[in-house]
Design a protein around this ligand. Structure first.
Ligand SMILES: NC(=O)c1ccc[n+]([C@@H]2O[C@H](COP(=O)([O-])OP(=O)(O)OC[C@H]3O[C@@H](n4cnc5c(N)ncnc54)[C@H](OP(=O)(O)O)[C@@H]3O)[C@@H](O)[C@H]2O)c1
Length: 358
């Protein structure tokens, strides 16, 4: 890959040496950006920076002053180091202090809530805070806005995701971190607990009908901010047996994960065994989404979205979000679809939306 021109956009990509960070760095370069590759490990960042011809910045998240100093002259951070429940807040603080826009690729509910908690400070500072510029939540947020705009006054929103392929170690670690929080839905505008594995149903995706189970996605926060719909359920396609097993085994699993030794063993297993999809899987697998908005008087709208594999999508969506934030500078805590509109997802190659299925 050849080095981009010196006029190319310069911003900080933190966590650049991780599985997803590397994909984002490569995509940014392909699109003519010149991100500074940042993280806590010089040893891991240097080979990537040399390969891509980009600058390195080494700074730990515990050093907020160091982060602020590193951000001098940079307009934006794309944060790709998770689990974000552990990493987001110090970077948000550094961005508020430095006056730099903050974007991340989290899917974790407490992180979305924390980002919105800083809305007033971000507005006062003249910056954007935008969590979830990856697979979770760009496509679902855009589809939620699309169906909500077709049913003014809708009171219910369902979103369902069918994603194939493996997770990365970082995603598995983030999921492990969130597992003890259990299932959730949004009812009457508030997040409420929901028993894991309860509420199985069938959903027709564009390619096939599948069993889905309520699984708490970041959209329980973001779709609420994007659409104002007070009752939201997010579903994920699972083999029927897996969904039923989840219901039976979840209470035991939760108790086991409360034991430090068990959690550490699970983390070590993830570290040694989970690698993320390879280039072939990223280029061949497809993901499928469905959304439906309903009003009390019976009006309803549904839509489908087909898109590339999750990590391939995340790399492009995150860089596209950087481009839009640098161009539009939306103020305060934002969701992708609230800031950029329902069609933002269609600017990402390989995404097709349908309103009616044959
Ligand atoms: N929303 C989405 O659709 C989406 C898509 C992809 C990924 N993600 C999320 O993105 C995160 C990263 O995923 P990944 O696949 O890239 O994982 P990964 O390969 O394990 O990489 C994690 C990166 O984060 C860094 N990191 C972790 N904790 C840190 C800390 N306390 N301080 C500084 N750096 C830290 C790691 O640095 P070291 O190597 O130095 O440990 C590494 O660079 C996960 O939370 C994942 O769930 C979300």
């Amino acid at each position: 890959m050849s080095a981009p021109p010196s006029s190319a956009p310069r911003w900080m990509l933190y966590g650049a040496s991780g599985y997803t960070g590397r994909l984002i760095a490569e995509e940014a370069l392909r699109r003519g950006h010149r991100p500074v590759l940042a993280g806590r490990s010089r040893e891991k960042l240097t080979p990537l920076a040399e390969q891509l011809g980009l600058e390195v910045a080494v700074v730990g998240l515990e050093d907020v002053r160091g982060l602020v100093a590193t951000l001098e002259g940079l307009p934006l951070v794309l944060h790709a180091a998770g689990p974000f429940v552990r990493t987001s807040e110090p970077m948000v603080q550094a961005c508020l202090a430095a006056g730099a826009h903050y974007l991340d690729i989290t899917g974790e509910i407490p992180v979305f809530e924390n980002t919105f908690h800083h809305d007033a400070e971000a507005r006062a500072r003249g910056i954007t805070l935008m969590s979830g510029v990856g697979f979770d939540v760009v496509p679902t947020d855009c589809l939620a806005r699309y169906v909500a705009e077709r049913v003014p006054g809708a009171h219910e929103l369902d979103l369902a995701i069918a994603a194939t392929g493996q997770a990365s170690a970082g995603t598995a670690r983030s999921a492990l971190e969130q597992l003890p929080s259990g299932g959730r839905v949004r009812r009457g505008g508030a997040l409420q607990p929901w028993p894991m594995g309860k509420g199985l149903r069938r959903v027709r995706f564009s390619d096939a009908e599948r069993t889905v189970a309520p699984i708490p996605w970041g959209d329980l926060v973001t779709a609420w901010h994007t659409t104002g719909i007070p009752n939201i359920t997010t579903y994920m396609a699972l083999p029927r047996g897996a969904a039923q097993a989840l219901r039976l085994t979840y209470p035991l699993l939760k108790r086991m994960l409360a034991v430090d030794a068990v959690r550490h063993t699970a983390e070590r297993l993830i570290e040694s065994r989970v690698q993320g999809p390879d280039a072939v899987a990223r280029s061949q697998n497809r993901s499928h989404l469905w959304a439906e908005a309903r009003a009390a008087d019976g009006r309803r709208a549904q839509a489908w979205l087909d898109l590339p594999e999750g990590y391939a999508f995340t790399a492009v969506a995150a860089v596209r979000a950087v481009e839009e934030v640098l161009a539009q500078k939306p103020l305060g805590a934002q969701t992708p679809a609230r800031a950029f509109g329902a069609d933002f997802v269609l600017s990402i190659p390989g995404c097709q939306r349908q309103e009616v299925l044959p």
